[in-house]
Design a protein around this ligand. Sequence first.
Ligand code: G3P
Ligand code: MG
Length: 225
Amino acid sequence: MIRYPRIIAHRCGGHLAMENSIAGLLAAKRAGCRAVEFDVMLTRDGVPILMHDETLERTTHCKGAVAALTLAEIRACDPRVPTLAEAIGMCERLGLWANVELKPAAGHEEETGAVVGRWLARHWHGQGVISSFSEKSALAARHELPEAAFALLCDRLPEDWQARLSRLGAVAVHLNAVHADEATAHDLASAGIPWAAWTVNDRATAERLFTLGAAAIFTDRPDLW
Ligand code: G3P
Ligand code: MG
């Protein structure tokens, strides 16, 4: 049975530092957080980096599509963008549990899952869980990581959630807090499946979710709890 820390810093704790950054990992740890979530995408030269959007403008000093630029080109305009290797290294040094969310650029779903899965299989010795909105990506990663914990990541729990869990060999569900209602919580509890909800930045919502039985919440504000 997978064990979840109750508070997971979303995008490394995006409110306290640049999202998906090493500074975010350090800030989450300083805030007393034991767990983080981050998004992983491939550069043009196939290096997994921490990035949420397919384009760089919103969160970095760079311009353009992540999939169109090499790691060196991205680092030249914003050296703060971390590789997966740097982020996992820091998580292991800080003792942080990690949710690695595969965030493939369109058209790179299988490649992203396979590359990240292979890298994690060789180098990741920490604790955590792997997820993706892309089933293709998640299945490609699962192929490389037969023993790892996977979670089904969805907005609303889909009708065929049990079939999806079983295809992926997933042991948990991550869903949008907006859709975490009593019926959903009941269905998951009856099947013995732990669940976590994103993204929660206020105490009242967190209390509602924990009362419903959430194992964890993802938050941009790891300093709030
Ligand atoms: O993995 C949970 C959450 O991060 C999913 O949404 O768009 O912030 O990656 P997003
Ligand atoms: Mg994410």
